[in-house]
Design a protein around this ligand. Structure first.
Ligand SMILES: Nc1ccn([C@@H]2O[C@H](COP(=O)(O)OP(=O)(O)OP(=O)(O)O)[C@@H](O)[C@H]2O)c(=O)n1
Ligand SMILES: C[C@](O)(CO)[C@H](O)COP(=O)(O)O
Length: 231
């Protein structure tokens, strides 16, 4: 079974506005609707789970019903940190062989090519990331602001989502991670990377347009891209 998980539990303080950014309207629909549709229209996706903020659960359920998103089988309550929201979805997975694609709700421009490449890679790997080559030079700084390292750009990648896993693998990685008092991941692949170091993680080529809506101007970029696609 191929299950897409839409992580929609954040607040998006940098975008501002009276609603979390995933509920803002762009090109006629809420960002969360564009994102769900990317997975809903893919014939290889069997089920979708949405992880929402508690105060938006009813709105999400109503939106799912109004749109007839029949693949959505779970609308779950997320947690304080992103990884709490990932865990809420992982804990509903019944079969260790199921494939989970964990995706940021605020990446509505994810492509069918990326989704399909992740599913294909999960035939061969237990964990799959999505990334694009870094175009800026990246520096590492010390607390006093001085540069301490300039890694070679050739091997650096910017990480996107979805990130795919066999359910048993990501569950085991989280079980180990939760025993670590310093555990504070910013994505799901880093949980496997750190706590199951013998598990290879394959990297699928991402897309520069698969942006994470972070700032207000990103809404314009998403709108122009969606309108350009439908013209
Ligand atoms: N506890 C959380 C935090 C985040 N997310 C999800 O992770 C992505 C990013 O969330 P958000 O915190 O809103 O994005 P940031 O850009 O990090 O927001 P901010 O501007 O507040 O830093 C979104 O798909 C969001 O719904 C989640 O499911 N549960
Ligand atoms: C998972 C992610 O999109 C990879 O780049 C990113 O780490 C999510 O960060 P956020 O601050 O939770 O949006």
């Amino acid at each position: 079974m191929n299950i897409a998980v839409i992580l929609a539990g954040g607040s998006g303080s940098r975008v501002g506005g009276d609603k979390p950014k995933q509920f803002l309207r762009v090109a006629g629909k809420m960002i969360i609707e564009h994102t769900i549709e990317a997975f809903h229209i893919n014939p290889r996706i069997d089920e979708i789970a949405i992880v929402s903020r508690e105060d938006y659960l009813e709105e999400v359920k109503e939106m799912v019903s109004n749109n007839g998103y029949s693949k959505v089988k779970h609308v779950l309550c997320g947690g304080k940190e992103r990884y709490h929201s990932s865990l809420a979805a992982i804990s509903t997975c019944r079969n260790n062989d199921d494939r989970l694609l964990l995706h940021d709700c605020v990446r509505p421009l994810v492509t069918q090519r990326i989704i399909n490449d992740c599913l294909d890679a999960l035939d061969r790997y237990e964990a799959v990331d999505v990334a694009v080559p870094t175009t800026d030079t990246i520096i590492e700084t010390a607390p006093d602001g001085r540069i301490v390292r300039i890694p070679s750009r050739n091997s650096l990648r910017n990480v996107q989502t979805p990130q795919g896993f066999r359910c048993g693998t990501i569950r085991r990685a989280f079980e180990l991670a939760l025993q670590d008092p310093d555990f504070m991941p910013t994505d799901d692949c880093s949980v496997v990377f750190r706590y199951l170091p013998d598990t290879p993680i394959f990297v699928v080529e991402g897309d520069p347009m698969n942006i994470k809506v972070t700032y207000r101007d990103d809404l314009k970029t998403v709108e122009e891209h969606i309108l350009g696609r439908t013209r």
